[in-house]
Design a protein around this ligand. Structure first.
Ligand SMILES: [Zn+2]
Length: 457
């Protein structure tokens, strides 16, 4: 029998210490150390060696020019959004972590994809739901697949025994927080368990060349529950985001060893599962005929994709002494900054007004190019004067009221044109070196907030 020892783990970053610490020396968080039982012996290596396993070769020094370029074989799923976010399909032997808040639809997304992969033997390991529950979910999606196998088990050793029998081509684990390795004494979901079970699955993925997806729940502060170390162990980290009250979901790449991290997939949650949204701009702009004050459209970029979003603002007389500021889908401090710019540079008295800002569709926009649309929506509501129809905006606003250049301006203009807009306001500094004659849309270049105001009101 090997000796059982305990160690203290930071629940935030996974830092291991022999004694308890008040403050984590690694990530600086307070009160994050929890004692966990660990076993000294590292588990015996699993036997996953197959003939085509590149890791089984004995390694020797080789000149880089001797290394043959082998085209990466990627498994394409029927879901183009997922393929794109992964950098062009699933890479053999890759370990992918998918994070998201509970109940947002992570299981639905992967169950749906697995059920649609008709020629791929897929093993779906569930530690969360029973076979009956998964069957019901599959019936709701209205999909069935002979090559789809289900295992409700949480012990990694049992899982590996079953994997050996089935020899799946793709493994999905729902969720990593429920798995338990018999080599580690602590409870499922603890730092040492998550780390050990992920390490075992990583070994399996690399040695058998089988892609493995790990579904993981996210804590309230937005990080993947358990340790950050998990993110270092996997090849790709995806995040599934959205508001439970809205239908739209965004799949974002946080880290990717096999592609860009600027990719993004958009889905709509329907009664029969998730639907890929191929033209997101159309759904994010509400359809209406009459003009309303306080509404402005922004040509933003989400990753590599242009996306037109609707900004809604409501400016009202403040009833209480302290005016309220509320922002949904937009950074509140950024809103306060833009209000200060309008107050100082434009002489608008927002100090006595309540201000509410909302990005339609329940999405969150980080792109600074949305500033100009936010500012125009605020002014439109302040003046109670609707902006002209078919006008959109793309520009960052600086502290002195200048409209600053933004990246990928041509893509933004092209998207606005495609969606039938007549005019787009951009920064004067974006004009350089761009041939606007190829666009049918009118491009209005502005330098300062005052100029925008004069043009619009
Ligand atoms: Zn820490």
């Amino acid at each position: 029998m090997s000796k059982i020892r305990t160690a203290f783990f930071c629940q935030s970053c996974g830092y291991e210490s022999a004694k308890w610490n008040g403050k984590c020396p690694s990530c600086g968080q307070w009160n994050t150390f929890v004692e966990e039982r660990v076993q000294k012996d590292t588990p015996a290596k699993q036997e996953w060696k197959t003939n085509d396993n590149p890791l089984a070769r004995t390694q020797k020094i080789i000149s880089l020019s001797e290394v043959q370029t082998i085209a990466e074989k990627r498994l394409l799923t029927p879901d183009n959004e997922l393929n794109r976010v992964l950098g062009g399909g699933i890479v053999a032997g890759s370990l992918v972590l998918v994070g998201g808040e509970p109940g947002i639809g992570k299981s639905t997304l992967f169950l749906q994809n697995a059920l649609q992969l008709k020629d791929v033997k897929t093993l779906y390991i569930s530690g969360e739901e029973s076979e009956q529950q998964i069957k019901m979910r599959a019936d709701r999606i209205r999909a069935s697949n002979e090559q789809f196998y289900l295992l409700t088990e949480t012990s990694t050793q049992t899982i590996f025994q079953e994997i050996k029998k089935l020899q799946p081509q793709l493994v999905i684990v729902d969720s990593i927080q429920t798995l338990q390795s018999p080599f580690i004494e602590s409870a499922p979901g603890s730092v040492s368990q998550i780390r050990e079970t992920t390490a075992e699955l990583q070994r399996f993925a690399k040695e058998s060349n089988t892609p493995v997806f790990l579904i993981g729940h996210i804590t309230k502060d937005g990080s993947i529950a358990g340790p950050k170390v998990l993110e270092h162990m996997v090849d790709t980290v995806l995040q599934f985001e959205g508001d439970q009250h809205y239908a739209y979901r965004i799949l974002r790449t946080i880290k990717n060893r096999f592609g860009s991290t600027a990719e993004l997939g958009i889905y709509e949650m329907t009664g029969t599962g998730l639907r890929q949204v191929t033209n997101p701009s159309e759904i994010l702009i509400s359809q209406r005929d009459d003009l309303l004050s306080g509404v402005a459209i922004s040509a933003t970029m989400e990753g590599m994709r242009p996306l037109l979003v609707e900004v809604q603002a409501l400016v009202t007389q403040s009833v209480y002494g302290t005016p309220q500021r509320t922002a949904t889908g937009f950074d509140l401090r950024r809103l306060q900054l833009l209000l200060a710019v309008l107050e100082k540079r434009g002489g608008f008295h927002f100090g006595v007004k309540d201000v509410f800002l909302n990005i339609a569709g329940g999405i969150r926009v980080e792109d600074p190019a949305i500033d100009l649309a936010v500012l125009c929506a605020l002014l439109s509501s302040y003046e109670d004067n609707a902006l002209p129809n078919k006008v959109c905006f793309a520009g960052e606003v600086g502290l002195s009221g200048e409209i600053r250049a933004v990246n990928r301006i041509e893509q933004r203009i092209a998207e606005a044109e495609k969606l039938g807009f007549d005019k787009i306001f951009i920064s004067r500094y974006n004009k350089k070196g761009i041939d606007f004659s190829k666009f049918n849309i009118e491009v209005i270049a502005v330098g300062r907030v005052e100029e925008v105001y004069q043009q619009l009101f």
